[in-house]
Ligand binder design. Sequence first.
Ligand SMILES: [Zn+2]
Length: 140
Amino acid sequence: MNNYTCKHNNVEVEDYCCINHFLDAVIEEVFDTDSDFSSTTIIASGELAQDLIRLLLSATMDDDDDFVFHMGMVDFDSVEYGQEYYISINTDHEVWCEPVCHDGIYYTDEADHIYVYEDSDYKILDKVGSDNITIFGFED
Ligand SMILES: [Zn+2]
């Protein structure tokens, strides 16, 4: 997202070593009762989106085998839709997934913390209403 300026003045950029450590950080924040974040959305497309959903839904805590998250509505099209998804964790610890773009119309998202994968379409940043946005990538 080089050279991009948008209406948000609090965009952070963070690199993670891998998808697992990225999700560890996201999940830790969701369960941190001292943080102000009760809803979280990750914006990603393609294989990354698929892997994020898969890993979130199969995540367990260290000390027991129960899954951390329930499945909300997951609308994922691996055949034709090639754009980004909103992958959201709500206050009931449900994982939801929906396409950012429906027939050319961009939907909005207002999670407390929004993570945007660095290769995402810049236009999406203008559609999200969050005071905390992190553009994330992975070290290679
Ligand atoms: Zn790692």
